[in-house]
Ligand binder design. Structure first.
Ligand SMILES: [Zn+2]
Length: 97
């Protein structure tokens, strides 16, 4: 699954890998959570795309961001702003929403 690049960078700064291969917050040690949101994929240089919606993983720390705000379904994102989940953290134990 893909994540926004900004989220992958945040993950590197904010987390360390736990023994169960689930990243945890460096401060609170809580497991990073995931929310899957359908995003319209845009392709540069045009501001638009095929209209396809892909499932994109959005990450958050439930302690540092107890009430996270997510983009709404269909909110566009450029394809080059996505990266394949670097840690394969779309864990088995996370429900796909
Ligand atoms: Zn945190």
């Amino acid at each position: 699954m893909e994540v926004p690049k900004s989220q992958a960078e945040w993950l590197q700064r904010h987390t360390e890998m736990g023994p169960d291969d689930i990243p945890r917050c460096k401060e609170s040690k809580s497991k990073i959570k995931i929310r899957i949101i359908g995003r319209s994929i845009w392709i540069r240089p045009i501001l638009g795309g095929s209209g396809k919606v892909r499932r994109i993983a959005h990450l958050y720390c439930p302690v540092c961001t107890p009430d996270p705000e997510f983009p709404r379904y269909g909110t566009p994102i450029f394809e080059d702003e996505l990266i394949e989940d670097p840690h394969k953290i779309v864990y088995k134990n996370q429900p796909a929403l």
